[in-house]
Each structure stands twice: as structure tokens, then as C-alpha cells.
Write a protein that binds this ligand. Structure first.
Ligand code: EPU
Length: 429
């Protein structure tokens, strides 16, 4: 096991590169199951979720290569092999195998997903969608069994706006007979990216990116070449890091409208944010940071995935900021770790009050999930002294080459082997 070590207090300067979007990648890769010839996906991030999905596609008979961030998936010899256990448990997004395998084979067995523990993460809306399309769905010993004689288009109203359910229903519906309409659909850029790939494969999809998506089923889908969108959460994490301890940092490979809610918040706090075609520059000139209130919402609102790192930035702002989390119940777990670094944060239910500015002190801390890890990296960069972060495997699920990228803008950060059992198992803290 490894830990990330950061010597805090250095000013950051230079250019940092953003990779392909994790939450797109994890849907694009299973989508390839639906094709009848090879699919090439470019600019994929080299992260553990992507590597796990690559192995899962091989387990069901796919021929897959992944080199230089490009994955070529030949789905021709895939079979509807049951995947009740093992690798599927390692990532949340293994649920996309349900929609894609159901779409292609009309049956699937997929273990209930793992991934970040952010409280209850039901998939009732995914299942409601599959059932509306004609599938029989049962839950047996921690695995979901799906079976349909044929899939028929249907009108599906999502009771909760869900990224996962919207994409999963799209995957199951593209080869169904007739028209599917998803109402109250999620509008995240990742949904448009998946729709773009599926359209490239021959699917007929209209309205992706709005709250009504119309899909006209087709007989078959073919392979194509697709380039993934940049990761808006990775970009946002670097924007926050640059606001916390940068002088002049250029974030390269970003679609500025995708991070508009963060850009507006940073400007409100007094950070200079310059946007260009596919770059964003963050400039800090010594102006003190002002407090800000944030509330996480579905896109285009403020993303829940940026709430933890932004909360760290708020510890450096003058005044009391109010952070309200509306998407995931357990997204304040990292606050205990920040308190150990001296942060003054009070959590009450779904809200946190952050007092600032506080001088953070280095500590040994543990990342309990991916974005908690991102928050602790920002905290370590700001803090006085040497911070050690365990739970690095969570960070590796979503940030490729993080240490090298951050060293490139002047951060003192490195990886070390954990020495004691206690360090590796600090997870329970
Ligand atoms: N929900 C239901 N029923 C469902 C599905 C969702 O009640 O059937 C609820 C969830 O419990 C949650 C809300 O609806 O309260 C939104 O969940 P959504 O389905 O949109 O989230 P997700 O698909 O599980 C994706 C990302 C998350 C990101 C959220 C919100 C992937 C693999 N994961 O999760 O990413 O936080 O959307 O934008 O795309 C991360 O990257 O760190 C991460 C956790």
C-alpha cells in the first residue's frame, strides 16, 4: 500500500493538463458492448476504474487493448457471462454493464456495485427503466438478474434526476423496438458524451443534455471512433487548488462552460479566473478570499463532486461560509480529517458551516472516498508542514498521474510505501 506525502505551503505556478472524464469513460466503455464491430475510444484517463472495466469486458469475451490512452474494444465474441462478484464490486459504474448487456443480449447478471461509500446509493430508477422496457429484474444474493424476451420502447419518468439511471436507460433502449422517452433526465455533459458515442455507432437519440431524451431503437449498432470530453471535476479540482495556493496556474484541456458554476463561485470569492477556448487561468494576487455559500445541485448547478475540495478553500476565506449538500448523505465524512488539520467546520445534517481563515496544520489523514482524497490533497498543499494521506486507492480511481501533474506546477508531493499495518488500515478511523 502507498500513501501520498505533501510538504505544504508552496506557491503553485505553471500549466497542468486535464485528462478524459472518468464519469464519461465508465459509461463509454460498456457502451461498446452494443456494437457489432470494434469501437475505439481516445483520450481515456489511465485510472483504476477504466482498467477494471477493461478487464470486465475481457471476462465476457471482448478483445480489448488499452495503450496511450486509447482503448480499442472488439465486442464481436462477447457472451452474456454472469458477473455476480469479483471486479464488478470494485467500481460503482459497473452498473452500466446492466444496461449495455441487457441491450445487446436481452439478459445480464451483474453484482451490485461498489465504488465510493457516500451513503445509500439506490439504483431503483435504473431498475424502473429496465422494467418499463420489458425486462424482468430480480435481486438475488447481491446480484441483479435481468432478462427480457424483447425490449420495447417506453415513456419513463425519473422520480429522481439521476446521471446513472439516465445513461443506463439510454444504453438499454438504443436497440429496443420503437421509441423510448426519458423524462426528467439528468443533463450532465457526460450524458451528451455517451449519446455522441452511441449516435456515432448508429443510434438515434435526440435531446441529450435536456431533461427529455428521445430514443428511436435501431436494429444494430456498428463500431466507430470517439474522443472523450475532458474531466470537468479534475479541472475543477485544479482550479480550486490554484485558488488555494497558486500564483498563476493555467489549466489546459477544459471546456469552460462545464465548470461555469465553479468559475462563478471562485470569482465571487475574489479569485481571478480567465477563460479561453479550452483553457482556464487562475490568478491569485494576494487579494484576501471572501466567504461564499454553496449548495450542491444537479448540473448545471454546483457539482457534489467539487464540494469537498471547495470546502477546503472556504477554510481560507474570511467569514463564515455555508455549504449545503443535497445529492449524497455521507459527503461530509472528510470533515473529521480536516478538523484534525485545524479546520473549524461544524456539520449539521446536510449543511456545514466553515469558519475562516484558519491556518491548517499538517497531519496524518485518511481519504475515505475519491473526492475526500481530492480535498485532503488541497488541504495538504495549503497546510503548514508535511501531510500524509492514506486511502490513496480511492484517489487512484479518479485522478490519473496526480502526483506528477502536481509536481509539474511546483507542489512538493510524492508517494511512499506505508510502513505499518496501522497506516494501511487507517480506513476505519
Ligand atoms: N438516486 C436514487 N435512485 C437511483 C439513482 C440515484 O435515489 O436509482 C439518487 C442518489 O442516491 C443520489 C441522486 O439520486 O442522491 C443522484 O445520483 P446519480 O444517479 O445522479 O449519481 P450516480 O450516477 O450514482 C454519478 C457519478 C458520481 C456523481 C453523481 C452526481 C458516476 C460513475 N458517478 O453517480 O461521481 O457524484 O453522478 O453527479 O458517474 C465521483 O466521481 O466521485 C462520483 C461519486
Amino acid at each position: 500500500m502507498e500513501k501520498i506525502v505533501i510538504e505544504g505551503g508552496n506557491r503553485l505556478n505553471g500549466t497542468i493538463q486535464v485528462g478524459g472524464a472518468k464519469n464519461s469513460a465508465v459509461a463509454l466503455i460498456p457502451a461498446a458492448i452494443l456494437a457489432d464491430s470494434p469501437v475505439t475510444i481516445e483520450q481515456l484517463p489511465d485510472i483504476s476504474d477504466v482498467r477494471n472495466l477493461c478487464e470486465l469486458l475481457k471476462e465476457i469475451g471482448g478483445k480489448v487493448t488499452f495503450e496511450n490512452n486509447t482503448m480499442v474494444i472488439d465486442p464481436r465474441e462477447m457472451i452474456p457471462m454472469p458477473l455476480p462478484n469479483g471486479r464488478v464490486k470494485k467500481l460503482r459504474a459497473s452498473y452500466y454493464l446492466m444496461g449495455a448487456m441487457l441491450g445487446r443480449f436481452k439478459k445480464a447478471v451483474v453484482g451490485l456495485p461498489g465504488g465510493c461509500n457516500l451513503g445509500p446509493r439506490p439504483i431503483d430508477q435504473h431498475i424502473k427503466g429496465f422494467e418499463a422496457l420489458g425486462a424482468k429484474v430480480t435481486n438475488e444474493q447481491g446480484a441483479i438478474y435481468l432478462q427480457a424476451d424483447e425490449l420495447r420502447g417506453a415513456r419513463i419518468y425519473l422520480d429522481v434526476v439521476s446521471v446513472g439511471a439516465t445513461i443506463n436507460i439510454m444504453l438499454a433502449a438504443v436497440l429496443a423496438k420503437g421509441r423510448t422517452i426519458i423524462e426528467n433526465a439528468a443533463k450532465e455533459p457526460e450524458i451528451i458524451d455517451v449519446a455522441t458515442l452511441l449516435s456515432g455507432m448508429g443510434a438515434k437519440i435526440k435531446g441529450a443534455g435536456t431533461d427529455v431524451i428521445r430514443i428511436d431503437g435501431v436494429e444494430s449498432l456498428h463500431g466507430c471512433r470517439h474522443c472523450i470530453i475532458p474531466d470537468r471535476i479534475e479541472a475543477g479540482t485544479y482550479m480550486i487548488l490554484a485558488a488555494a495556493c497558486g500564483e498563476r496556474v493555467l489549466i489546459d484541456n477544459v471546456i469552460p462552460p462545464h465548470v461555469e458554476s465553479l468559475t462563478a463561485k471562485l470569482r465571487e470569492m475574489g479569485v481571478k479566473v480567465h477563460t479561453y477556448d479550452d483553457q482556464i487561468e487562475i490568478v491569485r494576487d494576494g487579494t484576501p478570499l471572501k466567504k461564499a455559500d454553496i449548495k450542491t445541485l444537479v448540473y448545471p448547478g454546483f457539482p457534489t463532486d467539487l464540494q469537498p475540495p471547495l470546502t477546503v478553500l472556504l477554510t481560507q476565506a474570511h467569514g463564515a461560509s455555508l455549504v449545503t449538500e443535497t445529492i449524497f448523505d455521507h459527503r461530509f465524512k472528510y470533515v473529521d480529517e480536516l478538523r484534525r488539520m485545524g479546520a473549524e467546520i461544524k456539520v449539521e445534517g446536510r449543511s456545514a458551516i466553515v469558519e475562516g481563515p484558519t491556518r491548517l496544520q499538517a497531519a496524518k489523514v485518511n481519504a475515505t472516498d475519491l473526492r475526500a482524497g481530492a480535498a485532503l490533497v488541497v488541504a495538504g498543499a495549503v497546510a503548514n508542514g508535511i501531510t500524509e494521506i492514506t486511502g490513496v486507492e480511492h484517489i487512484d480511481r479518479g485522478y490519473s498521474g496526480l502526483v506528477d501533474k502536481l509536481r509539474g506546477i511546483g507542489m512538493k508531493i510524492w508517494r511512499e510505501k506505508t510502513e505499518t499495518e496501522e497506516e494501511t488500515t487507517a480506513v476505519g478511523r
